[in-house]
Design a protein around this ligand. Sequence first.
Ligand code: CUA
Length: 347
Amino acid sequence: MRTKNAIPFLSVLAATGCRGPEDYMHAGGPGAERIAWLGSFALIVFGATCVVMWLLIGWLAVRNRGTFDEHAPVDDEGGQRWIFIGGLAIPVVVLATALGMTLYVSTLFPMAAGHEGASEIRVTGHQWWFDARYLAANSEECGKALVERQPDVAVSVPTEIHVPVGTPIDVELVSHDVIHSFWIPKLHGKVDMVPGQTNHVRLEATRPGVFEGQCGEFCGVEHARMRVEVVAQSPYEFDQWLAAQRADAAEPTGVKELAGRDVFGRAACPFCHQIRGTGAHGNIGPDLTHIGSRHRIAGGSLENNTANLAAWITHAQSLKPGCQMPDLTRFSGEELLALVAYLQALR
Ligand code: CUA
C-alpha cells in the first residue's frame, strides 16, 4: 500500500475505537475513571516503548555499514551493560510499576458486600438476559442507599437498570444458569456472575445518561445478544421511575388493548411471564408489568417498537435462536396487533 493510501486507512483504523457507547476511556463514574487512568498509563508507557524500539531499529537500518567480521561479538563490558539495562532493568521497573498500579486500582473496587453487607439491587444473569430486582426496603437483605425511595415490594426490571446520579448503589450479581459477566464499560470493569456464588459491584454514575453494557463472558450461542443498559437519572426522575415500576399494571382502556389482554391470558404467555395485578405469575421469562416503558426487548437486542414486538412474539427463534421464548405463530393478524397494543399500553 502506498503511503498516500495508507495515511487515511490508518487514521480510520485509529479512530474506530473512539467515542463508542461502550468506550471506557470516557467514563461516566468513578469506577471506570480509575480503569481509564490505568489504561492511559499503559497506553503511554507501551507507546513510548514502541517509539524507542522503532527508533533503534531505524538507526540500525540507516547505519548499515561494516562487515560481519567487524561486528563479531566482542567480549567486553559495554555489550553486557546494554543487555542488563535494556533487557532487564527497564522492563522490571516498567512492569513492576504497571503491576503496582493495577493492584492499587483493584483495591479501589468494592467487590465485597456493600455497606452493612447489603445491596439495593440484585442482578441475575439468565441465558440470555439480565434481570434487575430492586429489593424491598423493609427486607433484611436490602441496603440503605435507596431506603427513602425503595418500595416495600421488590420489583423486577429486565435489561434496564435505573440509578440516581451521584448515589453509589451496591449491586448483587448472581446467575441462574451458566457463568455470565456483568459489564458496563463506562461505569465499571467486568464482574463475573457465577452460579451458586454472589458477587458484588458498586455502580455510581456521576452524570445523567444511558450507559450501555454487555455480557462479558461467553455464555452460549446468544451471548452477543445479552445486553443491558444503566439509565442514570436525577434523583427526582429516578423516584418517579421507581414509583411507576412499583405500581401494578394499568388497566387497559382501549377496545384493542382489552382484546389484547384476553389474547395474552388465553395464550401460553402467563406460564412464563408475570404481569403484576393480573393473573399472570410466570417467572421463567422477563416481568412484563411495565414492558411498554422500556427502551429495548429481547435481552436488549431489539428496540421496543410495534414491528419488533410482533416479530419477537411470532419468530423469537429466528431472531435469537436457542432462547427460551418459543415462536407463537398461531395468532391471527388481528390478535397479534391487539396483543402488541396491550403490551405497549403497559407503561
Ligand atoms: Cu451471558 Cu455472555
